[in-house]
Write a protein that binds this ligand. Structure first.
Ligand SMILES: N[C@@H](CCC[C@H](N)C(=O)O)C(=O)O
Length: 269
């Protein structure tokens, strides 16, 4: 499946539990010797009684992630195709807590992605106090960024132009910076207008992807707090567009976007 080009292998583990180690996940995710994906998603019975199902998220390098915005839309579409998701909002359990999903009449999926966390310890970012912008030296360059957790760690750098942004240089350098002890996803955001952002994301455990749903939420929130964009924004990523709305601190972030099936198959482990 894919969500605006952020692609997934989705494993239905509702009836049969499956445990794959990091090496097996990385092999399956290899585009040459496996199937290939940005993230592997597993759909499992919920462990939280308030949720209908749980989903697991694994990056192409085998590492586990706490949230995946494009992925949760695909999980919802999968459950709907299977007849397991009714109308209205349904709570699903992600590795970082509950989210709520709803399939709209036009087939897009609306998701309550939860309340963003800004405390450095929650991100986690080694920093003595919370701020709207942080600064780190990456070699000879000083880079300023906003940081938050959307259930997974994000840094967002505002750039003048996403086309010329140093995604492949600053992305891995900040992802693996010692002050992000769990690494981080790095967004490069260009404000087009108060209602429109262009965004490229260097994803933790993957590299640059065509889209990152939690990254779109993170960019909208960081730029909103800086007074650069309004509460409702269109985020244009290389693979397509997401609509994000956020009413401010303490409120959840809502994301709306598509989810697409590519093929069904069996894989011999
Ligand atoms: N593509 C995702 C995010 C996937 C996880 C991320 N790489 C991490 O390690 O936190 C999205 O759409 O949000």
């Amino acid at each position: 499946m894919h969500g605006i080009g952020n692609d997934f292998v989705v494993l239905d583990c509702r009836r049969e539990a499956l445990s794959l180690d990091a090496a097996a996940i990385a092999r399956l995710g290899d585009r040459h010797i496996g199937v290939g994906f940005d993230q592997l998603l597993t759909i499992e019975p919920a462990r939280d009684a308030a949720c209908a199902f749980r989903y697991g998220i694994y990056n192409r390098d085998g590492s586990e992630a706490g949230q995946c915005g494009n992925g949760v839309r695909c999980v919802a579409a999968w459950l709907r195709r299977d007849g397991a998701l009714g109308p209205g909002l349904t709570r699903l359990q992600s590795p970082s807590g509950a989210v709520a999903v709803e399939i709209l009449d036009d087939g897009r999926v609306r998701v309550d992605m939860g309340v963003p966390a800004f405390a450095p310890a929650a991100i986690p970012l080694r920093e003595s106090a919370e701020a709207l912008r942080y600064r780190r030296e990456l070699g000879a360059v000083a880079v300023e960024f906003g940081a938050l957790s959307m259930g997974n760690p994000h840094a967002v750098i505002e750039v003048a132009d996403t086309v010329t942004a140093a995604v492949a240089q600053w992305g891995p350098a900040l992802e693996t910076h010692a002050d992000f002890p769990d690494r981080a996803n790095i967004g490069f955001a260009q404000v087009m207008s108060p209602a429109q952002i262009r965004l490229r994301v260097w994803e933790r455990g993957v590299g640059e992807t065509l889209a990152c749903g939690s990254g779109a939420c993170a960019a909208a929130v960081v730029l909103n707090r800086l007074g650069r964009v309004s509460d409702v924004v269109e985020v244009q990523l290389p693979g397509g567009t997401l609509h994000i709305s956020w009413a401010g601190p303490g409120a959840p972030v809502w994301m709306t976007g598509p989810a697409a099936f590519v093929f069904d198959g069996n894989y011999q482990l």
